[in-house]
Design a protein around this ligand. Structure first.
Ligand SMILES: Nc1nc2c(ncn2[C@@H]2O[C@H](COP(=O)(O)OP(=O)(O)OP(=O)(O)O)[C@@H](O)[C@H]2O)c(=O)[nH]1
Ligand SMILES: [Mg+2]
Length: 494
């Protein structure tokens, strides 16, 4: 954790409620404000904003106070960029220091605060070849810009108050989204849906904290009887909101990282056949030799808007082969961390007690049982484990693959409500901070429930710690380490 002197608070805290005007908070703020001055950004950054490779157009983005001087030096058009109006663009040439032409293209003008970063910004649209774009970028650096770090444009947007941290994170989520659903959830977050919920929670707690501190100014006998019960009620409401936010984490994880679906079963059951059928491609080797698959094979797939990471594994059996043993160890290890296990049983043979033993170790809520090879079903085969409703397949001709998919989707519903509209969901970082706030809130509630004068000061202390954690979520309170962590996930040029 950073120490106080590394904490930086954005100026908007000064407009916050009465709680923050209390002397102990003010002391901290003055120091933070001084720190904030140091963060004043004076340099101008540049980066290629389009992905590497060839394309119709490529964009170089330049942002900061020196942008007009640099633009006038490197871009020759019908007017000087420094004289152009914001929201306009014109055609011209990008020129080297000796006047030779590097490329021709468009110069887009964005004037502060109406730009992505909130600073004066230009975007040069040149031809989309990597050599040309590198030349334009080098020219910008030569003219005085500095190479932007990953996510630095978005970091500046945050520091300028264009967006909060939750929205900035949504930018990265949107870029990394693997499915429609994940992209829509990120968009909702970018538009402020999640921030609003966090802010409501934060503001509610600030109010309650202020009320608690006010009780300190009274002698206990003077306090109306209902003061502490009312404070308790307010805390309960905030607690409820916090719990609702925390409950979206599972869904957030599944949407961002993808649900892990591990295919398991004894050798030759048809696991690799199912794996290939789910992917719609001949990815894993399929043979009739038991023990074909040894290593874990992993591929991505999108099911009902939820990204999946599907893993094919080695068949479970006793074996002397060291390679196979390692494969089986890995299969078991991966099944332990699976969101969904798909357990295949070969029903061309009588039911094996080994399958019964393996299934006994799996959670029925997160396991899809597949009875495969029904085309050559053994007359003596019987599946009698009531915890599972198996899906019957004949995967050799792709029979029943859709039923397996549907069954996976049903199990996934526990984590993601696929029929509900898409909504913004919290991330691992949000969850950790919310957990801290939750623990403090529980302690504050206990104090308030006991009531009395001695309860108020410690309860207010707990709320203050909870607020610090919540403040870090949206960035009302932040420190450099936190920003570095968040923005290093971004690509350069964003
Ligand atoms: N008749 C029939 N044969 C099947 C079916 N599904 C798979 N097979 C065959 O069963 C054999 C084993 O299939 P795999 O997909 O390699 O089985 P596996 O579970 O991955 O086996 P290991 O990798 O050895 O653990 C292959 O010859 C498949 O063609 C089915 O539904 N019916
Ligand atoms: Mg296999």
């Amino acid at each position: 954790m950073p120490n106080d002197s590394e904490l930086i608070r954005r100026p908007d805290f000064l407009q916050m409620g009465p709680f923050f005007k209390k002397p102990h908070f003010l002391r901290l703020h003055v120091r933070l404000l001084l720190e904030n001055q140091r963060m004043n950004i004076t340099d101008t950054i540049a980066a290629i904003a389009t992905p590497p490779g060839e394309g119709g157009v490529g964009i170089v983005r330049i942002s900061g106070s020196g942008v007009w001087r640099i633009a006038d030096e490197i871009f020759q058009g019908p007017e000087k960029p420094s004289a152009a109006k914001g929201g306009t663009f014109f055609f011209g040439k990008i020129v080297a220091a000796d006047g030779t032409v590097i490329d021709e293209g468009l110069c887009l003008i964005f004037r502060s605060p109406r730009s992505y970063t909130g600073e004066d910004t230009i975007e040069i649209q040149g031809h989309g070849g990597s050599i040309v774009l590198k030349k334009i970028l080098r020219r910008c650096l030569e003219a005085g810009a500095r190479m932007a770090e990953p996510g630095e444009f978005t970091k500046r947007a945050f520091l300028k108050g264009k967006m909060d941290l939750v929205q900035a994170e949504a930018v990265a989520d949107l870029i990394h989204a693997q499915s429609d659903r994940a992209a829509n959830a990120a968009l909702e977050q970018l538009e402020g849906g999640l921030s609003k919920k966090f802010n409501r929670l934060y503001d509610g707690l600030v109010e309650t904290a202020a009320d608690i501190e006010t009780t300190l100014d009274f002698i206990e006998d003077e306090l109306p009887d209902d003061v502490f019960p009312n404070l308790g009620k307010k805390l309960d409401e905030s607690f409820q909101t916090l719990e609702e936010l925390l409950a979206t984490w599972d869904e957030g994880r599944l949407l961002r990282e993808g649900a892990r679906v591990v295919i398991m079963g004894r050798p030759n059951a048809g696991k690799s056949t199912l794996f290939n059928a789910l992917l719609g491609q001949d990815r894993a080797i399929v043979t009739d030799i038991p023990g074909t698959t040894r290593d874990i094979i992993e591929e991505s797939l999108v099911l009902d808007g939820v990204p999946l990471r599907v893993l094919d594994t080695a068949g479970l059996r006793e074996t002397d082969c060291l390679i196979e043993q390692e494969g089986i160890r890995r299969a078991r290890a991966h099944s332990a961390s699976a969101d969904i296990a798909v357990y295949l049983i070969d029903c061309s043979q009588p039911f094996s007690h080994d399958d019964g033993e393996h299934l006994a170790k799996l959670n029925s809520k997160r396991t899809v049982v597949v009875l495969n090879k029904v085309d050559i079903r053994h007359s003596g085969f019987k599946f009698e484990i009531s915890d599972f409703q198996p899906v019957e397949t004949s995967l050799v001709d792709a029979g029943g693959v859709d039923a397996v998919k549907a069954s996976i989707a049903v199990k996934l519903e526990a984590g993601v409500n696929l029929t509900a509209p898409v909504h913004a969901v919290i991330s691992e970082r949000h969850r950790n901070l919310l957990e801290t706030a939750r623990a403090e809130l529980i302690l504050a509630r206990e104090r308030i429930a006991n009531g009395g004068e001695e309860a108020a000061a410690p309860a207010a202390d707990h709320l203050r710690t909870a607020l610090e954690a919540l403040g870090e979520v949206t960035g009302r309170v932040y420190h450099n380490e936190l920003l570095n962590n968040i923005f290093s996930r971004f690509c350069i040029g964003k």
